[in-house]
Design a protein around this ligand. Sequence first.
Ligand code: ASP
Ligand code: MG
Length: 451
Amino acid sequence: MIKVMKFGGTSVGSERALRNLVSVVKGDEARKALVVSAMSGVTNSLIGLMKEEQGASDAFFDELLWKHTSAVRPMMGEDALGDLEAKLKVRIAGLRQAVDRYQEPSARVIMHDAISSWGERLSSLMIASLLKSDGVDSLAMTSEEAGIVAIGAPGNGTADLEATSRNFKRSVVPQIEAGKTVVITGYYGCDSEGRPLTFGRGGSDYSGSVVAYSLNASTLEIWTDVNGFMTADPRVVPAARTIREMDYGEAAELAFFGAKVLHPRTIEPARKKRILVKVKNTFDPAAEGTSIRDSKKNGDRLLKSVAVKSDLAVVKVYSSEIVYNPGLVMHLLATVSENGSAAYAISTSLSTLAFAVPSSSARSICERIRHSGEEVEKVTVKENVSLICAVGDDLINRTGASAMVFHEAAEVEANIEMISEGASDVALNFVVPSDKANDVVRRLHSKFIGA
Ligand code: ASP
Ligand code: MG
């Protein structure tokens, strides 16, 4: 059986992290593939570079080389380090060319994702060399070499799982069978013309899941800088603790609605093949972490975790047509996606449609609706609201669950502005004024999760 280990930006971002990475990899007998993020800060600086008028200076490229050698220097011999440095220089020269091309306005769209993904191209070389110098037979592979296929818009790609699986049979599987630990770049795949297409910020977690799917792995380990999913944000609820076991559905809801533990899309590919997903802490490898699989056991507790999505606004559209003209709802919601936003909750009545969107996009969505030519009487926006996402096993079938949760919200005098219930089997989502959100979380935690 094959195991996939994904290491995030902080987990490859310092000498200390890299020492732990080596000991984690060496300490595990399984045949494995690694998927790696860029060193922390690198993707941000590459994206920042593209916003600069004058392009990159020599100092920028020197700094990149320095960053990727200084972190491993104390752990590697002179020869191995020289070899790594030579490889990094070639790849940094490739980045220089890409940045030059980016100066041509016509190449901007194509080059944006290529440049954004350069951090992974560098970190994968660094990690494979580091492992090799410590006796692990390893090999760096870019997403191009491995054959990760992506479709969709720039900055928002989706992997073609079947095409990627077919490519892996030729590229990655033989290497693993030959005993190699393959180190694959996270964050991007390639479109039908071979151009890099990223999976969105934080997308390396999703890459890990795509690789696990394509290798029929038994386990996907996400190595990060926290101990796993928690019952609530510990800054809000000091008694919050790590959740040992979660269901795929619960983890997906929580990842989407607030807990910043892993990229929400990570769950889907793994779930399709029932791959065990484990979230582990590189800086505390002995900690148990969170295991995500098909599991339905919450014991007697009503809830497993409470997350909050803040900085939202509720947009409310009034039109006598709503219920008689189903196409209108579709058109109104299309304005949200045309705006590049997501609707975190949706609710309809006879003559109104309400949805919660990020505050930053509420105004422009309203403008789009006003100018859409649709039969709309009025559009209002309510700012400063937060979405509470209460997650628990099989909530949908627990009679009285909503009543119990809403009762507690009333106890802290939080007015419920909107409800989204029944859509998910495991989540009860509702919108409250932002200044009440933490009170609601603390109350629900103490009543239904416990100290
Ligand atoms: N390096 C990319 C980012 O910072 C992808 C990732 O780390 O997951 O967004
Ligand atoms: Mg990450």
